[in-house]
Design a protein around this ligand. Structure first.
Ligand code: AMP
Ligand code: ZN
Length: 136
């Protein structure tokens, strides 16, 4: 099955590459949300962060930390959003795990890149919710 981001990450399709190593490729997003918006794309296929292996996650997020700091020191960004959309309902359009690293600048009008309103929900039963989400 062909996958656009497998082809881009592995260099079969040319891309505006910032960095590449044996695990991943970092490219500029073709439709940037801000100046310098980048995508970290692992070379090994997994559908989203939810299916990715530990080693891949470690390399991807260490790279996100490095890149985010560079965006602040070299581009003059004052903040960075690090985002992984998982599945269509969460806005994922390409089913190959990738992380957005989006530099943010003063004066940018839109602060909420998630576009999820946090005003409308009633306060849930946190105890029952925590039981459902128990991670151990
Ligand atoms: P997501 O909605 O999290 O799946 O993000 C997919 C992102 O990939 C979007 O921000 C697109 O603009 C970007 N994108 C799609 N095709 C390409 C491409 N060929 N090169 C660079 N970025 C791309
Ligand atoms: Zn893929």
């Amino acid at each position: 099955m062909s996958c656009l981001f497998c082809s881009i990450a592995n260099g079969e399709i040319p891309s505006a590459t910032i960095y590449e190593d044996e695990y991943l490729r970092v490219i500029f997003d073709i439709n940037p949300a801000s100046y310098g918006h980048a995508l970290i794309i692992p070379k090994t296929h997994s559908a989203s962060l939810l299916e990715a292996d530990d080693e891949t996650l470690e390399h991807v997020f260490k790279t996100a930390r490095k890149l985010g700091n560079k965006m602040i020191s070299e581009l003059g960004a004052e903040g960075v959003n690090v985002i992984a959309n998982c599945k269509e309902a969460a806005g994922q359009t390409i089913d190959h795990f990738h992380v957005h690293v989006i530099p943010r600048y003063t004066g940018q009008p839109e602060k909420d890149v998630l576009h999820i309103s946090q005003d409308e929900l009633e306060k849930p039963d946190f105890e029952a919710l925590a039981v459902k989400l128990a991670l151990n």
